[in-house]
Design a protein around this ligand. Sequence first.
Ligand code: BGC
Length: 734
Amino acid sequence: MNSRKQLIDSLLNELTLDEKIDMVHGTGAFHTGGIDRLQIPPLVMSDGPMGVRKQFTDKTWIPCGKEDDYVTYLISNTALASTWSKEASYKAGEVLGAEARGRGKDVILAPGINVQRYPLCGRNFEYMSEDTCLISEMVVPFVKGVQTQDVAACVKHFALNAQEYCRMDVKTFCSKRALYEMYLPHFYASIKEGNAYSIMGAYNKFNEEQCCESKALLKDILRDEWNYDGVVISDWGGIHHTENAYHATMDIDMSVSQDFDNYYYANPLKEKIQNGELSVDNLNESVRRILEMMYELKMIGQQKEERKAGHFNSHESQQAVLSAGQEAIVLLKNDEKHLPLNKKNLKKVAVIGQNAIRKHSNGGGSAEVKALYEITPLLGLKMRLGGNTEILFGEGHDLPTDTESYRAQNEVASWQTSSVDIYEMRIQRFIKSKTSGIIDDDFVAWNDEKANEALQMARECEEVIFFAGIDHDIESEGIDRLSLKLPYNQDRLLNEIVKVNQNVTVVVLSGSPVVLGEWKNHVKSILWHSYLGSEGGLAVADVILGNVNPSGKLPMTFPLAEKDHPSVEMGEYKWDENELYFREDIFVGYRYFDKKNKEVLYPFGYGLSYTKFEYSDLQINDRGENVDILLTVKNTGDMDGADVVQIYSELVEVDEAFKELPYCVRELKAFDKLFLKKGESKHITMTVDKKQTFRFFDEEAHAYRLLSGQYRISAGHSSRELVCSAMIEIGSDQ
Ligand code: BGC
């Protein structure tokens, strides 16, 4: 018998019912109970995806307010996905794991991997992409990176978490096919390939059941179909009934209230076991899984001494965040090769917009971070430009004062403790604007004085750099956005600025799609920045000044208008009944725009570079189980840089048997990021698994099957710019 099994069996033997109960529920805001006499420590958890959250007092959501919990602020999950770099994802995971361990945590409640289905979802920045292939490829290295540090990743939120409005009880309905093709594969990859030790249930309902109590999701799919033997943790307050969660094999009940003994898995579970209503078997299984995870994390057993200590705010973490941030920036427009700006010629620059000086780390909900520092774009530009360039700064517009960040300036509370009334007010505004159709999405009045000052600066300077976009008062856990439009009268101000200056660069900050005003046709350059962490200001300065060649690609489609989006045009939301139907089915994100042949603002996978990359000689090598895709990539421009080669499949002729089956026009199947010096070329090979790549989910057979027919495999610069291709025939598996 191996020592792990021996140890765990003997602990299970010794543990009393009370002790087991302590191990499966929160006995503090962020930990379960430890059993001193058996040297089983409590399991200590922390948010979240953008860095290790500040320290709370043991039993409350009140921050300790000490000086010892400042950390590195990581780039958002959306930004990470925008790098399309598996190496950057691994590195980000490693940093998050090291910082979590450094702060004494065992489980880090990250990454968020729900599909960005709805462009106005307040938590999109915590999620990676609208595409399951991109999420799968990025989440696996991330989880591995975290877990090298003896910390468990906790992928969240399982499953179909797509919007914040009515988040605790909205019923989500989606076809089995869409579930298995679009919403589950990345969760599957995170636990099968990434080996995520834990997973978090979602707040929403799956059909009629709470996800945290869903037998269909947790027992039938996760445990029985996928054989998952890791730890399932509830979202905080996601369990509503003891029996349901228990039968569904939920392992740990966490919540937001302080009556820890009354948690569903505390006294209520104990009583039901004692009076024979529930068998103790599931509890034993949960405790076994928790102990196994603890063993892997070196929390118990002889290897305790070898557990990594971690570290936070190390130079290494900061460098990793800078380089990921640089790679995440997406160049959306660059007329006349306006960027990069030449530092030597820059004598006087106008920097405009609140986002030039705004810090974003302390907002967003549970993803808030108490950052050791956050370099704003204005500071970053000054640090990189030095003293020979004069920079004028103007706010240009007001910001609302009835918000979370306005309060957070005093650092008196956590998001949970202070947000209730603000969010209630904003939810009422949300409902009002949705039901009346009158949307107050500017939030503040036009400020003549600030606008005129900005315009005057724009007249005086050779260059204008406008830091536009949204922030965590608009994009946050707990509330969806009101519209895709930029708030705070930014469109109006930019429309004025382009009349007085020809050299305008706009940096748009957001973790989800936005629509841009008329000014977009008159500015020279547009960059997209999706919350870039502690070093964000430097990362963006580096791209603007050409120290780094941009290589980010959009992980989601930017539509021309909200109504064009599948989740809005096709999705159906019943306001009065809290029911959300994913009627666009498998046509999520770009799959829908392509099917309808709709014009978009920027397509999925889009992003420019300061150099040019050419693809040639695409060949396919069908090796039976696997298919190799080979091609040559050449940097034909005049600057070194990184490129993301995207591989899409298109089913051009479907076999007779599937003539009636709806299928997507094109789908991302693989990608690779590589760095090429100017003039350099490389031959690359990407390998895909045939069964996973050319499949559909057959609802009747309840199984994936090959979707046989003739496929075109193309390499492209985006989902709408495919440049070379070859054909492959996929036979039937019947
Ligand atoms: C969020 C989770 C988070 C948890 C703990 C919940 O409100 O949905 O993502 O991990 O709180 O803070």
